[in-house]
Design a protein. Structure first.
Length: 588
């Protein structure tokens, strides 16, 4: 969703650590003494921020002046008098003040939040914005993903990302405005739209929705719907009548091969027909599902060729180094021969999803895991996951949801009824929030009510991999016995319902063509580039020989700190000619 006017607050802010947690009593809420400059949105652990301090710092502070120019750029006017302050993501708990007056707080390190700051910026030409971020590295109830709880990164965990790591911006809106739009498919000939309002609909309010396919200069739909007086959420089913022609419906559907997007405008009109608010949006018309052991895209079996993407950058950690870098990431994944990526233990920057939508890449949406099972951990992860699904459900690129990975945070789910109940409940809650996508209850093993059965297997020998996944007898052995890593694939008497089976982590072959790290590792190792390509090819040949695997996900896209098992270096350079990697992945 986009408006024409907004003010980007990224750039130079004041910053300081607060290891004694004294800032609340020392007056930091009005400004920061002895501050350093930091470049937002890069985390202070990263070099890109200008701070580059990776140690343990539970509390940090930020400050910035909001100027009259910022408010003008945000579009403040008589028609748009409300000023909203948006944060893309702040890890983990954020408290916000303007001119020493408390604005609000948010908990959850990967999801956006917004405050109405109209009254706080009403007078004067400048205002001091202050943010306190708290991110306890020892608190394992926080959904943290791959961020290490040790001071130094170890094994498969990485340096931390504390505080602001996505864009901060101001936006001015009308008194009653559109706060959020969500698009979901409603069968082959319609889409469902939910419009969330800021404020309540006045009597006589109407919502107008228009869809246009610019690729063919074709108006697809225009519909006006009355809004009930006092409503805060409006639901509209928009028919796309041209899709009733079954012989031509593929001309409009979205897929990685043909990522067609439909432009949309959503407007509120008052009882006199005047436009109260309007936003631009887009959607992709596509369906995903499972049936008869296959993953379906637009009703047809689709072989998922995916790569695991940590979404981590050497100089900026979880924050992308630039907007262009996110586009290039999607382009590289496609150039390597993949049709999908599994964003691993991170709720990715929405600009990455924009490029996945526009360029054509399937994405698996996954929550960052907590590492403790407790009431606090359950509440925190559930709340943040609900916010993530709400934020991202409109993206046609996202084709499945993954609320758990490898039993992280539910370490005893194989035998503990409480952890089993939690895993089942969060999976079903995800389906309730979005019934249009498959949900994987626990990626890798120990699954109960997954729509897709997923397996993690780092066997390094291609022929051995081929034997494990050869045929239906092998499938039965896999699902009824002990799986790779000594874990059962199905637990709690979960039946095999004939779901699709995918190998969603494999490979992990380390190869360092230059600048070798002494601590670099992978699950197996190659001697040189030729051996590396041969090993990858053998693994893919084993997968292609399977009679039942419907998809795979190679570990991983890039080297990430001490994990040197990427297809690309940490700086996104291919370790062998891209053509050779693509041939190994695609088989031709």
């Amino acid at each position: 969703m986009m408006r024409t006017a907004w003010a980007d607050l990224d750039g130079t802010w004041s910053f300081r650590h607060d290891d004694a947690d004294a800032g609340l009593t020392a007056g930091f809420t009005t400004g920061l003494p002895e501050a350093q400059d930091i470049t937002v949105p890069y985390p202070p652990e990263s070099a890109a921020s200008g701070i580059a301090e990776p140690g343990f710092h539970r509390v940090v502070w930020y400050a910035r002046t909001i100027t009259a120019d910022d408010l003008a750029a945000a579009g403040r006017s008589e028609a748009a008098p409300l000023v909203l302050l948006h944060f893309g993501a702040v890890d983990y708990r954020a408290l916000v003040w303007i001119d020493g007056r408390f604005v609000g707080e948010h908990e959850g390190g990967h999801t956006p939040f917004t405050f109405d700051v109209t009254a706080l910026v009403a007078g004067g030409s400048e205002h001091v914005l202050v943010v306190r971020a708290e991110d306890d590295p020892h608190d394992l109830t926080q959904p943290r993903g791959k961020q290490d709880w040790h001071e130094d990164a170890h094994a498969i965990w990485y340096q931390r990302t504390t505080g602001i790591w996505q864009t901060v911006w101001l936006e001015a809106v009308p008194a009653t405005s559109i706060a959020h739009v969500q698009w979901l498919p409603a069968g082959p000939t319609a889409v469902d739209l939910a419009v969330r309002l800021r404020g309540r609909a006045a009597p006589g309010t109407r919502v107008r929705v228009a869809l246009r396919f610019d690729e063919r200069h074709e108006d697809l739909a225009a519909i006006d719907v009355d809004a009930p007086a006092g409503a805060t959420v409006l639901h509209v089913t928009v028919p796309v009548t041209r899709q009733r022609n079954g012989q031509a419906e593929d001309e409009l559907t979205w897929s990685p091969e043909r990522p067609r997007l439909v432009d949309a405008t959503v407007a509120l009109h008052d009882a006199g027909g005047r436009t109260v608010d309007a936003v631009s949006s887009y959607l992709g018309i596509r369906s995903v599902g499972v049936a008869r052991g296959s993953f379906l895209l637009n009703g047809r079996p689709y072989d998922v060729r995916s790569v695991l993407n940590q979404g981590y950058w050497p100089d900026s950690h979880l924050a992308a180094p630039s907007r262009d870098a996110l586009r290039r990431e999607v382009e590289l994944i496609k150039e390597l021969g993949f049709t999908a990526c599994r964003i691993h233990q991170k709720i990715e920057d929405p600009r990455f999803l924009f490029w996945a939508d526009r360029l054509g890449l399937l994405v698996w949406g996954e929550t960052p895991g907590a590492y403790e099972f407790s009431a606090t951990a359950v509440q925190r992860l559930t709340r943040e996951w609900m916010e993530a699904v709400d934020r991202d459900a409109s993206h046609p690129s996202i084709v499945t949801w993954v609320p758990f990975n490898e039993s992280w945070g539910i370490q005893h789910v194989a035998d503990d009824p409480a952890q089993q109940a939690y895993s089942r409940a969060l999976t079903d809650l995800t389906r309730a929030l979005d019934p249009t996508r498959p949900v994987i209850s626990n990626d890798g093993w120990e699954q109960q009510n997954s729509d897709i059965i997923t397996v993690h297997d780092y066997e390094g020998d291609g022929e051995a991999l081929a034997r494990t996944y050869a045929d239906e007898q092998a499938r039965d052995r896999l699902l009824t016995g002990m799986g790779p890593a000594g874990r059962r694939i199905l637990v709690a008497d979960a039946p095999d319902r004939g779901q699709p089976v995918m190998l969603t982590e494999f490979g992990g072959i380390t190869f360092q063509p230059a600048d070798r790290r002494d601590d670099g590792w992978g699950y197996t190792a190659a001697d040189d580039a030729q051996d590396w390509i041969a090993r990858i090819t053998a693994l893919y040949d084993g997968i292609r020989a399977s009679s039942f695997l419907t998809g795979s996900c190679y570990t991983q896209l890039t080297d990430t700190m001490q994990e040197t098992n990427g297809l690309l270096t940490a700086d996104r350079e291919p370790k062998a000619p891209i053509e050779q990697i693509r041939q190994a992945v695609r088989g031709h």
